[in-house]
Ligand binder design. Structure first.
Ligand SMILES: [Zn+2]
Length: 388
C-alpha cells in the first residue's frame, strides 16, 4: 500500500507508451500500475523558471499525464544559465509557449495546461483544485505562503523547493500527517532582508539539483513508493557538496494546518510586506540615470555617489566618480560620511541601494536612490556599461 494515498487512479497505456516507459515498467516500485498512475496524475507547477524547468522536463519525460503550469513571465537571456526548459530561440517568448513546445517535443503524450497569470488569492484555489499536487517553483515569499495556504485548504501535497546562491531546500508539505510551510516558517522574513536570486545570484546548476529532487518527490507521491520528504527538510549545500535533512514537526499552533484559523486566502503581498508597497520605500527620493548623468556632467561635486554592491560586481562595471561601500558595510562606514552632503546610492537594479538609502535616511542623511541601478544606466545613458 502506498504510504500516502493521493487518490490518483490509473489510466491505460498504449503500446507506444509501454515502450517509452519500459525502464519504469521493470522497476517493481513503479511497474505497470505505477506508470498508469503517473499517466492519470495531474501535477501543477507554479513557475516555469529555475526550479520549474527541471521539474517540468523530468515529470513530462516520466509520463505525467497532465502538467499544469502557472507563469506570466517572458524568457529573458539572463534566465538561460539555469532555466533549461527554455532555449536561446525562445528569448522574448512567453515562458508558457516555450515550455509547451519543449514538453510536447519531449513527450507528446503529456497534456499541458497553461495559466498565463500571476497566482493570486483570487485565482489560486480555482487553479489548484483540479490538480493532485503542486510543485512550488516560486521565487518569492508571498507566493510561497499563498501556495502553502491554498494546499492546506484544499488538502493537496505541496512539493516545496527553494534556492539561493549555492544553497537549496526541499520538502513535502501539507500531507495529512506532516507539517506545512508555515509550521517551518511561521513568519515571513522582514521585507528586503533576503535578496532575490537576481540580486544575490545563484549557481546555474543549483535549481537543477533542487527541481529534480522536487520531481523525484512528486513521482514518489504519485506511485506511492519510498519515503517522501514529509516532516523532513532537505538542505543542499552545493559548495560543500553536503546534503542534510532536518526534522520538521507539525506545529499544533500553526494557523494553517494546526488551529485552522486560516479559513480563506489572505493578501500575501501585504502579509510579506512586498517592498514596493511600503511607505518607507515611497519616502526614498529617486533619481533617474539620465538625471544623474546630467548632474555628473555639471561637475558632480555637490554629492557623494556610493555604490553598495560587492567588490566583484564593482570589477564588472561601475559609475564614474563612485565610491564602493558594500551594503553590509554601510552601518560601519556611516559615521565617516558627511551628513551635510547629499548621498546618491546605486546598486545593480536599485533594490539593495534602496535598503542602504533607508538606513542612511533613518540616520538623517539626505539621500536619493538611482532608479533601476546599473542596469537602467546601461539602457538609458551608457550602453558600454556591462549588464550582468
Ligand atoms: Zn502548518
Amino acid at each position: 500500500m502506498a504510504p500516502t494515498d493521493t487518490g490518483i487512479r490509473e489510466a491505460q497505456l498504449s503500446r507506444d507508451e509501454m515502450l517509452r516507459y519500459s525502464r519504469h515498467l521493470v522497476l517493481p516500485e513503479v511497474a505497470l500500475d505505477g506508470q498508469r498512475r503517473i499517466k492519470a496524475a495531474r501535477v501543477l507547477l507554479v513557475g516555469a523558471g529555475g526550479l520549474g524547468s527541471p521539474a517540468a522536463l523530468y515529470l513530462a519525460a516520466a509520463g505525467v499525464g497532465t502538467l499544469g503550469i502557472v507563469d506570466f513571465d517572458v524568457v529573458d537571456v539572463t534566465n538561460l544559465h539555469r532555466q533549461v526548459l527554455h532555449g536561446t530561440s525562445a528569448v522574448g517568448m512567453p515562458k508558457l509557449d516555450s515550455a509547451r513546445e519543449r514538453i510536447t517535443d519531449l513527450n507528446p503524450h503529456v497534456h499541458v495546461e497553461t495559466y498565463e497569470e500571476r497566482l493570486t488569492s483570487e485565482n489560486a484555489l480555482d487553479i489548484l483544485r483540479d490538480y493532485d499536487m503542486v510543485v512550488d517553483g516560486t521565487d518569492n515569499f508571498a507566493t510561497r505562503y499563498l501556495v502553502n495556504d491554498a494546499c492546506v485548504l484544499l488538502g493537496k501535497p505541496n512539493v516545496y523547493g527553494s534556492i539561493f546562491r549555492f544553497d537549496g531546500q526541499a520538502s513535502v508539505f501539507c500531507m495529512p500527517d506532516g507539517p506545512c510551510y508555515r509550521c517551518l516558517f511561521p513568519e515571513p522574513p522582514p521585507p528586503g532582508s533576503i535578496p532575490s536570486c537576481a540580486e544575490g545570484g545563484v549557481l546555474g546548476v543549483l535549481p537543477g539539483l533542487v527541481g529534480t529532487i522536487q520531481a523525484t518527490e512528486a513521482l514518489k507521491l504519485i506511485v506511492g513508493a519510498g519515503d517522501p520528504l514529509v516532516g523532513r527538510l532537505l538542505l543542499v549545500d552545493a559548495l560543500g557538496m553536503r546534503f542534510h535533512t532536518v526534522r520538521v514537526d507539525r506545529d499544533p499552533a500553526c494557523p494553517a494546518c494546526g488551529t485552522h484559523e486560516i479559513t480563506e486566502l489572505i493578501d500575501y503581498d501585504a502579509y510579506c510586506g512586498a517592498p514596493a508597497a511600503t511607505d518607507a520605500d515611497r519616502a526614498i527620493a529617486e533619481i533617474t540615470p539620465r538625471e544623474l548623468a546630467e548632474r555628473l556632467r555639471n561637475g558632480g561635486g555637490s554629492f557623494d555617489l556610493i555604490d553598495v554592491r560587492e567588490p566583484y560586481e564593482w570589477n564588472i562595471a561601475r559609475l564614474p566618480g563612485a565610491r564602493l561601500i558594500p551594503l553590509g558595510s554601510v552601518p560601519a562606514v556611516m559615521a565617516s560620511l558627511d551628513p551635510s552632503r547629499e548621498v546618491i546610492l546605486y546598486c545593480r537594479s536599485g533594490v539593495r541601494s534602496a535598503d542602504a538609502a533607508r538606513q542612511l535616511q533613518g540616520a538623517g542623511f539626505h539621500v536619493s536612490n538611482l532608479a533601476g541601478g546599473i542596469l537602467r544606466w546601461s539602457d538609458d545613458v551608457d550602453p558600454t556599461t556591462p549588464k550582468y
